[in-house]
Design a protein around this ligand. Structure first.
Ligand code: DAS
Length: 324
């Protein structure tokens, strides 16, 4: 389909494309064409990228998806892109895409399902229909990368999977949705913020360390060994056991960037406490990432390292993505 505006649907698998197999396992198996056929949609072009659960994706998958989404956005006939995806890691792919495609004035809409494709009451068809409406909608031209799920639109930077099984799988804690559906009408509540973008690359692996009570510098050090970057999911406002900040200082002096996020689901980190708290982590050279989730800070840092971005410039990116 070329010559007039259309939506490109890129499919990757996930529950939306899954059917029970003979042994009872649920497995992603429907192609993009089969998914779209079930909806009887016109004005769309389908590209089956892979048929996998998103829990099986790796860094290369992210870059592969990024390349294909950019290829679609570059096409003058494509008005928006819909990406079907497993819900487990959807927020990370959404964030990766917002980091690499944020300069295009075309929507990138991710969606999926909580109920598999064999379920007569499945949520997949409605979610996909809504995602296509958003990608076609004039009012959503400037929405950036969003997850469209259960009738709401969530910004890539803020969205998190908050429920393992409910149909309302996603939320943006502290922010709420950036839009909603009203029938087939798209109501945009907030436009996307424009931030600096990076080239599509395979992210460099970064350690993601979530603190638990009693975790010490020795444990932290073990978990970070061999990595070129570290994201610490610290306590509350961004605090850690007093034995950790000297390990952070050692890493930073070796040229390993350390980003502090919170293990809380809502609210921003801020250096407030001494005695091993956030002020000591900041003095050790760690960067505070606002309310950016740890797994997203990991994608950001991995992509910055893959793009060979210098230290000052890295900080500029972390700052830009730390702000809502
Ligand atoms: N949770 C499943 C889904 O939503 C598995 C996955 O992430 O692919 O599709």
């Amino acid at each position: 389909m070329t010559g007039y505006p259309h939506v490109r649907i890129i499919t990757t698998g996930g529950t939306i494309a899954s059917l029970p197999q003979d042994n009872g396992d649920l497995a992603a198996s429907l192609s993009g064409e089969e998914l779209v056929q079930r909806l009887g949609m016109a004005s769309v072009q389908v590209d089956t990228l892979t048929t996998m659960g998103s829990f099986a994706f790796n860094y290369e998958t992210l870059a592969f998806i990024g390349e294909r989404v950019i290829e679609a956005l570059e096409s003058p006939d494509v008005q928006g892109v819909v990406l079907t995806h497993g819900t487990d890691t959807m927020e990370e792919t959404a964030f990766y895409l917002s980091l690499t495609t944020g300069h295009y004035m075309k929507p990138v809409v991710l969606t999926g399902a909580q109920l598999d494709a064999s379920n007569p009451h499945g949520d997949g068809p409605n979610n996909l229909r809504n995602a296509v409406c958003i990608a076609q909608s004039e009012s959503a031209r400037n929405i950036g990368t969003v997850i469209a799920f259960a009738g709401f639109l969530y910004a890539a930077r803020e969205v998190r999977k908050v429920d393992t099984s409910a149909l309302e799988a996603f939320d943006s804690p502290g922010w709420g949705p950036v839009g909603r559906m009203d029938g087939d009408r798209v109501i945009v509540l907030r436009q996307a913020d424009r931030r600096p973008v990076l080239n599509v690359k395979v992210p460099v692996p970064v350690a993601l360390v979530r603190l638990g009570v009693g975790m010490t510098g020795a444990e932290f050090q073990q978990m970070c060994t061999g990595y070129k970057g570290v994201v610490l999911e610290a306590f509350g406002r961004g605090n850690a056991h007093p034995s950790i900040h000297s390990e952070i200082s050692r890493l930073v002096q070796q040229g390993v960037p350390v980003i502090v996020t919170s293990r809380c689901i809502r609210g921003a980190v801020r250096p407030v406490y001494g005695g091993g708290g956030g002020r000591d982590l900041e003095r050790a050279g760690a960067w505070f990432a606002g309310d950016l989730a740890g797994e997203k800070a990991r994608i950001l840092l991995g992509l910055l390292l893959a793009n060979n971005v210098g230290w000052q410039e890295m900080w500029r990116f972390v700052e830009a993505y730390s702000r809502p």
